[in-house]
Design a binder for this molecule. Structure first.
Ligand SMILES: [Mg+2]
Length: 265
């Protein structure tokens, strides 16, 4: 157990928060809205969760914060009323316009070269390259020996992705531009741009802890009202749980919460 209070039993607090307008729900996708599956390309979002998000997006801003490219994220969520911040804050999709953060743009070619090296050099059966333009991921969930695969992938990237930002998530190693971009910075920039009064953030992995940290920081300075909600499955990272206010048990609980919230707001 996470030791965190359950959001479903404290849902009134989330509702009161989001009545402070302008309000925003920032949410991760994989492991938060959609169950994690063996093949990331096969992940889907439950129809009820999509319907809840659609209603919610008519009431408050909804931003999907993801490590996926905005194109994949949009295909998965399937709603054009949602704003997408992809590649961990390096690219945005908003009302049909795609933009890449200027700091990340120069690294697109370097990421392409590293993706080619990974394709040739990482031959572990079951390892999966996801080339996302501004960044790439190497998934090892489907390898026979994930611990060995993880260290082999990290060794390979140490040798071939020098100078880049190498980060780990659940059964995945990511290569990102070495610039100050993260889900946290995405939350900060969107909050400033829209002059948000309140923000609720949902996430399940290490990179979501960066978004939680920014919300806590802005909350401490009185810039916004905010709540951070961890999806507290058995594999939830300690740093995520340590920076969350509330927990939801799994993606099904997230769906139930969003459905209730969309009906109340
Ligand atoms: Mg996730």
């Amino acid at each position: 157990m996470s030791g965190l209070p359950d959001l479903l039993t404290n849902r009134g607090e989330a509702l009161a928060l989001l009545r402070r307008s302008p309000a925003c729900v920032f949410t991760d996708i994989d492991g938060t809205l959609s169950p994690i599956v063996a093949d990331p390309a096969a992940a889907t979002m439950p129809a009820a969760t999509r319907a809840a998000l659609q209603t919610l997006a008519e009431r408050v801003a909804v931003v999907a914060l993801t490590g996926r490219s905005v194109a994949h994220a949009r295909a998965m969520v399937g709603l054009d009323t949602v704003v997408y911040s992809g590649n961990h804050g390096a690219e945005w999709w908003e009302e049909g316009a795609v933009s890449i953060e200027p700091a990340a743009e120069p690294y697109v070619e370097r990421v392409r070269e590293i993706a080619k090296a990974v394709e040739r050099g990482i031959t572990i059966p079951g390892a999966l390259l996801e080339h996302k333009g501004v960044s790439l991921s190497v998934h090892y969930r489907n390898t026979a020996e994930p611990d060995t695969a993880r260290s082999d992938i990290l060794d390979f990237l140490d040798a071939h992705a020098g100078g880049m930002n190498i980060r780990e998530g659940k059964m995945v190693v990511e290569v990102r531009p070495p610039v100050e971009l993260s889900k946290g910075e995405a939350v900060r920039s969107f909050t400033r741009r829209k002059g948000l009064a309140s923000a609720l953030v949902l996430g399940d992995d290490r990179t979501d802890a960066e978004a939680f940290a920014v919300v806590r920081e802005m909350r401490d300075t009185g810039a916004i009202h905010g709540l951070c909600v961890a999806v507290a499955t058995a594999d939830a990272p300690a740093e995520l749980l340590a920076s969350a206010d509330y927990a939801l048990a799994d993606t099904a609980a997230v769906g139930r919460f969003l459905t209730w919230l969309s009906g109340e707001l």
